[in-house]
Design a protein around this ligand. Sequence first.
Ligand SMILES: [Zn+2]
Length: 390
Amino acid sequence: MTQSYRDVVAAAKREVREIEPDDLERRLDELIVLDIREADEFEQGAIPGAVFAPRGLLESSVATHIRTPDQEIVLYCAAGARSALAAKTLQDMGYSNVWSLEGGFTRWKRDGLPWKTPDSLSSDQRARYSRHILLPEVGEAGQVGLLESKVLLIGAGGLGSPAAIYLAAAGIGTIGIVDFDVVDVSNLQRQVLHNLDRLGQSKVESARETLTALNPDVKVEPHDVRLSADNVLDILSGYDVIVDGGDNFPTRYLVNDASLHLRKPVVHGSIFRFEGQISVFDPYEGPCYRCQYPEPPPPELAPSCAEAGVLGVLPGIIGSIQAVEAIKLILGIGETLVGRLLTYDALAQEFIDLRIRRDPECPACRDESMPPRIVEYDATCAYPGAVARI
Ligand SMILES: [Zn+2]
């Protein structure tokens, strides 16, 4: 003897708990709400904060949404039948605090409770970013977050090239690039944003052409200027994360000091001959650049790539790691390089992960209420001192 759908739903409802729309609304911040409807239903409107977890994938995807079996979960569908059946299934899987929303989304709307149209991806974007969406740590919501994020690259050179290309491919929605240089043939050994057709062209324009050809979702904001005390706060303030691939000390110190004012994380990278290093300087959460290097070395001990040479592939490795760190910061996943200095030696083929600490006496970050004065640095980057603070 078979049971009708109505009988099955009625049986499930006897075994699961239902929550009233009003009660759910009051507890929206504490509960995990899973929308188990189909994608087209979800896109037309959903309960704020609800996670899209379509019924067909619920059993396989539930563990990515819920950390512990006793976490409180509410499932909802259009009218409360599918969610009752799904809640029964989750109970049978061992989840002990599952509710089904009484009357589903239809009743939620009829009761005049708030709902919104979720930010979602177009079908082209779903195809482009499908390998991201498959990762539970990214998913569709994470990809939307990447598309809404803004990353500023300091330099469109050796480090900026791979970082920009991978960030654009990953769907960072806005990429700003600061560089006032033009493309030279000696750049092409490592600066893969540029090519022979662009010789003499500004690097930011060349970068814009490469990145928009790769991914039209990306808005490239060129800053064809030398970063200075006059413009650094303005330029950095428009971005969520700064990726510093600058090749000189004055810029590095300027970016560090401005980031402390603006409380923006800086993903630092530098290269020299066969060696590179990466760290994340998250203002007041970990050390800043000056905690490590209060003053730069004298110019004769700090030759640039132009003077000292650099292996061509090396910035590809360091810049790519910078891109990874930027994406982790935006998505809020993983262990970042805050408080760590990762060094790479290409000849030894060796990474070393060093712990670094915030210096309580750091001239730049020791006092949150007094970020360092933004000044124009000469090649010595000497700290201007407390008297000159603003
Ligand atoms: Zn510091």
